[in-house]
Write a protein that binds this ligand. Sequence first.
Ligand code: CA
Length: 61
Amino acid sequence: MTALDFATVKKHLLGIEILTGDKFTAADVDGDKSITALDLSFIKKYLLGMATYEDFPVVGK
Ligand SMILES: [Ca+2]
């Protein structure tokens, strides 16, 4: 979840640019093996400084 940005995940959701491998794993911040609007909302909070990496549900799984 470092090099990945909001726009990249948004592109995935829109089907413009499908993420794979490490990028997919990084974008799936709640660890449910899919990238959804929920993941996007977590990333948005992170980018806005409203959450840290430790707040992502996937941490600790
Ligand atoms: Ca997810």
